[in-house]
Design a protein around this ligand. Structure first.
Ligand code: NDP
Length: 297
């Protein structure tokens, strides 16, 4: 292996430590930053995310408000909860855990969140602000990727970046952020022709596809930086008691990519931990903006 491992877990711990210090400063002025998370239904992965978010919110000294609603909650009731949270001065950040049950229109729910409290950065106002280079709430996963890239490279100006994936929550905002840092950006997707050749031109590869170990070392330009956003659970044989064993892998085949890349994020322990850390940072920023306090660096 030649690549330097970008340790997202350690980086996220540093971000949380900085947020903890800043929260103490804000609390000294009599305000406690608060994050409200809405979970509709019992999706087990979502329940784990929400629990982790709540735990880490409290650990950095913020207030955590959890709203767990049954899977059959009518859309109007979810919108009513959001309206109450929008009006609540103790709540600075609102996050509605996706995916939502099929009878609820996610676009409608996201549009109902006050853009100033939209710590996920999915409201169309924040999407537009980001696209036009203005002060926005930036989606947490791409923000975490950008922070790791800036930390590793310093300036990203002039670098060729290829983002694989064009979702609204990862691929598109990631591309906007890299463009904002003056990269030359290509967005690849399922219809891209000769994807390996496109990726081979990249100084920075961000893989956000959802396909286990799709990107292999022969796609990577020697010395490139690989940011692996993918979280895929794959079979890993059987446990001693005969039950199936699974393990988490990214969208990149770690061993072959690490043999060629200059730096790479592992899965787990790369992008994942940074996402919640950025959520906490966004909540703090929202609180400071709402109260006219200096924004954290
Ligand atoms: P989506 O399914 O919304 O988007 C996947 C994208 O990958 C689409 O744009 C799709 O193209 C593209 N794609 C699919 N197959 C191919 C292919 N064979 N070649 C090229 N492109 C392809 O996923 P998300 O953006 O929500 O998530 C991506 C991954 O990141 C998932 O593994 C998810 O679990 C993970 N994730 C991790 C987070 C973290 O905190 N670490 C947070 C969020 C997501 P098209 O548009 O043409 O269909």
């Amino acid at each position: 292996m030649t690549a330097e491992i970008i340790d997202g877990k350690a980086f996220a711990a540093k971000v949380r430590a900085r947020v903890t210090e800043e929260v103490a400063r804000v609390r000294a002025s009599g305000i406690t930053p608060g994050l409200a998370v809405i979970l509709v239904g019992e999706d087990p992965a979502s329940a784990v995310y929400v629990r982790n978010k709540g735990k880490q919110t409290v650990e950095v000294g913020m207030e955590s408000f959890e709203h767990k609603l049954p899977a059959d909650t009518p859309e109007a009731e979810v919108l009513a909860v959001i309206a109450r949270l929008n009006a609540d001065p103790a709540v600075h950040g609102i996050l509605c855990q996706l995916p939502l049950p099929g009878h609820i229109d996610a676009d409608k729910v996201l549009a109902a969140i006050d853009p100033a409290k939209d710590v996920d950065g999915f409201h169309i106002s924040n999407v537009g602000l980001l696209a036009t280079g203005q002060k926005a709430m930036v989606p947490c996963t791409p923000l975490g990727c950008l922070m790791m890239l800036r930390d590793h490279h310093g300036s990203l100006s002039g670098m060729n970046a290829v983002v694989i994936g064009r979702s609204n929550i990862v691929g598109k905002p990631m591309a906007q952020l890299l463009l904002g840092d003056s990269c030359t950006v290509t967005i690849a997707h399922s219809r891209t022709r000769d994807l390996p050749e496109v990726v081979r031109r990249a100084d920075i590869v961000v893989a956000a596809v959802g396909r286990a170990e799709m990107v292999t070392g022969d796609w990577i330009k020697p010395g490139a930086t690989v940011i692996d956003v993918g979280i895929n659970r794959i079979d890993a044989g059987l446990k001693e008691d005969g039950t199936p064993r699974t393990r988490l892998v990214g969208d990149c085949d770690f061993d072959s990519c690490a043999a060629v890349a200059g730096a790479i994020t592992p899965v787990p322990g790369g992008v994942g931990p940074m996402t919640i850390a950025c959520l906490l940072a966004n909540t703090l920023t929202a609180c400071c903006r709402a109260n006219g306090l200096p924004e954290p660096a």
